[in-house]
Ligand binder design. Structure first.
Ligand SMILES: Nc1ncnc2c1ncn2[C@@H]1O[C@H](COP(=O)(O)OP(=O)(O)OP(=O)(O)O)[C@@H](O)[C@H]1O
Ligand SMILES: [Mg+2]
Length: 283
C-alpha cells in the first residue's frame, strides 16, 4: 500500500529549505554585454522569492547561475554555504515548457531523475514517484504518455518530477506562463501548498505581477542589465494564501500597483533596450 502522500509531505516539515547567498556576482555571456555587475542577494531557508523585470534583464541567467548551469565571471554563489554546482542534490528546476520525455509514461518521467541518482531500486523509485504524482493530483494518469495530457497536466508532471528529488531549492522559470488563468491559479495554489509542506526555498520567475505578489514572501525587481536588483518588496500578506481572500486584501492591490509602477519606470528609462520578449503583464 503506498504511503499517504499528505502525511509524507507533512512529515517533511518546514525546516528543509536551503538558504543561499549571491555575493558580488559578475557575469557576461562570451558574446555579449555584461548581464550582472556586482549583484548581491540572500534568501533565507523556506523563503518564496519571485523575480520580475523587463524582458532581457537577466532573470533566466540568474536562475541558471543559481543552478550552476552557468559559472559566474566573478563573485560567489553558495547554497547552504556550499559552492553551487549542477550536481548539488539541493536543486530542482522547472522550465517554462514541461520538457517531458515523450517515449516514457508519466510515472517513468517522474522516476527518471531518481533512477539517474540510483536512489533505490526501480520498484522503490516507482513507489516514490506515485506518491509525488498523488501530491499534484495525477495518480490516475501514471500510465499515460505526455501527448495524452493537457498542458496543465504536463506542467504538473514536470513539477512532480522536480519535487520527487526533494530539492531544498526549487528554481522555476515562468513555469505556468503558457497556461490559462484558471489552470494557473490552481497550480499556484498547489505549488504554495507543496513548497510550504516540503519547506522548500523557491525562486520563481514570472512576467505576471499579480502572480508574483500572490506567491511571494518577497518580490525582487530586476532592472535593465547589468543593473541587477532595482528594488524589492516584502509581501506582508497572511498565509495560507487563497484566491479570494488574498486577492481582495488591500495590501495585495497596493503591492501590484507599486510593482507595476517600478517596472514601468525601468522600461521608460531604457527605451530601445528591451528586445522583444513577453514583456510585463498588467494586473
Ligand atoms: N546564450 C546566450 N548568449 C549570449 N547572450 C545571451 C544568452 N542568453 C541570454 N543572453 C542575453 O543576456 C541577457 C539576459 O537574458 P535572459 O534570458 O537572462 O533575460 P530574461 O530576463 O530571462 O528575459 P525574458 O523575460 O525575455 O525571458 C539578454 O540581453 C540576452 O540577450
Ligand atoms: Mg527568461
Amino acid at each position: 500500500m503506498p504511503e499517504n502522500p499528505t502525511s509524507f509531505a507533512s512529515r517533511a516539515g518546514r525546516a528543509r529549505g536551503a538558504a543561499f547567498a549571491v555575493e558580488d556576482l559578475h557575469f557576461a555571456y562570451p558574446t555579449g554585454q555584461p548581464v550582472f555587475r556586482s549583484l548581491s542577494l540572500q534568501a533565507r531557508a523556506g523563503e518564496f522569492i519571485t523575480l520580475v523585470g523587463p524582458s532581457g534583464c537577466g532573470k533566466t541567467t540568474l536562475v541558471n547561475l543559481l543552478s550552476g548551469f552557468l559559472a559566474p565571471g566573478g563573485g560567489r554563489i553558495t547554497i547552504d554555504s556550499q559552492p553551487v554546482s549542477p550536481e548539488l542534490p539541493a536543486l530542482g528546476y522547472v522550465f517554462q515548457s514541461p520538457q517531458l520525455f515523450p517515449w516514457l509514461d508519466v510515472l517513468d518521467n517522474v522516476c527518471f531523475g531518481l533512477r539517474m541518482r540510483r536512489n533505490g531500486d526501480l520498484s522503490a523509485c516507482r513507489q516514490k514517484a506515485r506518491q509525488f504524482l498523488a501530491l499534484v493530483g495525477l495518480e490516475g494518469a501514471a500510465g499515460r504518455h505526455p501527448h495524452q495530457l493537457s498542458g496543465g497536466m504536463q506542467q504538473r508532471v514536470a513539477l512532480a518530477r522536480a519535487l520527487v528529488l526533494e530539492p531544498t531549492l526549487l528554481l522555476m522559470d515562468e513555469p505556468f506562463a503558457a497556461l490559462d488563468a484558471i489552470t494557473r491559479a490552481g497550480l499556484n495554489d498547489q505549488l504554495l501548498r507543496l513548497a510550504g509542506e516540503l519547506g522548500q526555498t523557491v525562486v520563481f520567475i514570472t512576467h505576471d505581477v499579480e502572480e508574483a505578489v500572490y506567491l511571494a514572501d518577497r518580490v525582487l525587481v530586476l532592472g535593465m542589465a547589468p543593473d541587477g536588483i532595482a528594488c524589492e518588496l516584502t509581501i506582508d500578506l497572511p498565509r495560507p494564501r487563497s484566491q479570494r481572500a488574498t486577492r481582495q486584501h488591500p495590501r495585495y492591490a497596493e503591492a501590484c500597483t507599486i510593482l507595476m509602477e517600478r517596472i514601468s519606470a525601468i522600461i521608460a528609462s531604457a527605451p530601445g533596450r528591451i528586445l522583444g520578449g513577453s514583456g510585463v503583464q498588467a494586473p
